[in-house]
Design a binder for this molecule. Structure first.
Ligand SMILES: [Zn+2]
Length: 487
């Protein structure tokens, strides 16, 4: 008996030794060397802020209801870019796609080099009328106060558009001669899916037969205090994004008066289907989370390293822990959200039709089709008709060893060597998803520092950005664009 206990003791000790050994050896320092030559730039800070502020006063709002579209604002924004950035307009060719989206092309001296594409979007989300009074400054005033620039679009995404234009204007003022062609593309309907803007721009490039060395859009940012146990800022670069589908569940039934109901009404049948879907969430996978953690693993606290380096043993425990947090869960699985439901219009009338919309955000590896098939199987009830209302598949995953990724990562670290860089999967959707046919290397990043508070006001009240962040972004794009133009 004693021998067995001793043997068991040795086995446990050996196991612990393996776990600890792996925790201390699996993760290696993957951070790239900061880019050299990241000088200060000769930007007129006051004028740059003034132009940004002006851009925020133009109400380029995207509404779900397309009839609310205000064409004049978008034309006004075009004219603003034209007058504010004369050198860009003099040196680059402007093509207008679908009346409102803009493509700037600065040709390169070496046509054998694939061009690079920098993207942004000019439209912003609307203000919820009932919250208008809660804004510290009116949302379209472009107020600059105490080192902060306020207004809808100050982050998402006029921040990108204006910082890019400022950077290009500076480069041209210095007489830069690109070897590799550079394109800027600014969509006008990202916030409602990008069909008229980015999708048409992508088609325009496809028709020209252009393939890009890399494509850069909004998406990631420099996170501060958002990675547990890591003190340094972490820049996350989006290398992939989830897919999206709305499945509509419909149940048709005989109507009639509610005083003589059947055992199950259309609403009852529909509800049962929804419960089955919610009770059977999609399986969780750790590979996308791991992709991020692998890049910064050395800097993580011991317990995280212990868990993440020993997924061979601990993955069920890690999954269970991570799924308890909504934001982590979204990175681990295809999410399910029942969002809309309707039945009879009156309390004493039996519904002839009950309808629900379930929104799914699809993890790469699954498709619109596979999600639909799984849901039909789960419901297992022919009375519930499942149709796809709107959907697109998850994007491929772009590599982290391409020239583009390395340029972005090194430039971030050239600006601030304390920042760690890691790839990640974008949970929402961006215009970048349309550009995979044009390049394998599609990345999403904004040179912007965000913390847990920032996330709340992105599409909400009091969207704002620090003047310092805006200037840092101009400097970032200046160096990134300049280096990207090279051979
Ligand atoms: Zn955006």
């Amino acid at each position: 008996m004693k021998k067995i206990i001793i043997r068991f003791f040795y086995i446990v000790v050996a196991f612990i030794a393996i776990l600890v050994f792996r925790a201390n050896t699996v993760f290696l320092d993957q951070q790239l060397e900061p880019a050299t030559g990241i000088t200060e730039i000769a930007v007129d800070e006051q004028l740059a802020v003034q132009r940004f502020s002006k851009a925020l006063t133009i109400r380029t709002v995207s509404y779900d209801e397309r009839s609310n579209f205000d064409a004049d604002s978008f034309i006004k924004f075009q004219q603003f870019l034209k007058s504010a950035y004369p050198l860009v307009n003099e040196n680059a060719t402007l093509t207008i796609v679908n009346d409102y989206s803009l493509v700037y092309h600065l040709p390169g001296s070496n046509p054998s080099l694939q061009p690079v594409l920098f993207m942004g979007h000019m439209d912003v989300v609307p203000i919820e009328e009932i919250t208008r009074g809660e804004w510290t400054y009116p949302p379209f005033s472009g107020t600059v106060a105490d080192g902060i620039i306020w207004g809808r679009g100050s982050v998402d995404d006029k921040f990108t558009v204006i910082a890019l234009m400022e950077a290009m204007e500076l480069l041209l003022a210095e007489g830069v001669q690109p070897e590799r062609a550079v394109y800027f593309a600014f969509g006008h309907d990202e916030e409602v899916g990008g069909k008229d803007g980015a999708a048409s721009i992508a088609k325009y490039f496809q028709d020209l037969g252009i393939a890009f060395d890399y494509v850069m859009d909004e998406g990631g940012a420099i996170t501060e205090g958002m990675m547990e146990g890591i003190d340094q800022p972490v820049a996350v670069i989006g290398v992939s994004e989830k897919g999206y589908v709305n499945l509509v569940l419909t149940v048709n039934a005989a109507g009639g008066h509610s005083s003589q109901p059947p055992a199950q009404t259309a609403v009852g049948i529909l509800s049962r289907a929804i419960v089955r879907i919610e009770d059977n969430p999609f399986p969780a996978r750790l590979d996308f989370m791991y992709m991020t953690i692998e890049a910064i693993g050395v800097e993580m606290p011991f317990t995280t390293r212990l868990a993440m380096s020993n997924l061979w043993l601990l993955s069920p425990l890690v999954k269970r822990t991570m799924l308890k947090q909504k934001d982590n869960a979204a990175a681990l699985r295809t999410t399910t959200a029942a969002t809309m439901v309707s039945g009879s219009p009156k309390s004493n009338i039996l519904p002839t039709r009950a309808r629900a919309v379930i929104n799914f955000r699809i993890l790469p590896g699954e498709t619109v089709e596979s999600v639909e098939q799984r849901i039909i199987g789960l419901i297992d009830d022919e009375r519930v008709v499942v149709t796809t209302e709107y959907g697109f598949n998850p994007s491929p995953v772009s590599p982290v060893d391409s020239r583009g990724y390395e340029l972005i990562a090194k430039t971030i670290r050239g600006i601030d060597p304390d920042v760690l860089v890691a790839p990640y999967m974008v949970r929402g959707g961006t215009d970048a998803k349309y550009f995979y046919p044009l390049s394998h290397n599609v990345y999403r990043f904004m040179m912007l520092r965000i913390d847990p508070d920032t996330v709340g006001y992105l599409h909400g009240i009091d969207e704002h950005v620090a003047v310092a962040d805006f200037l840092e972004a101009i400097r970032f794009y200046y160096h990134l664009v300049r280096q990207s133009m090279g051979g």
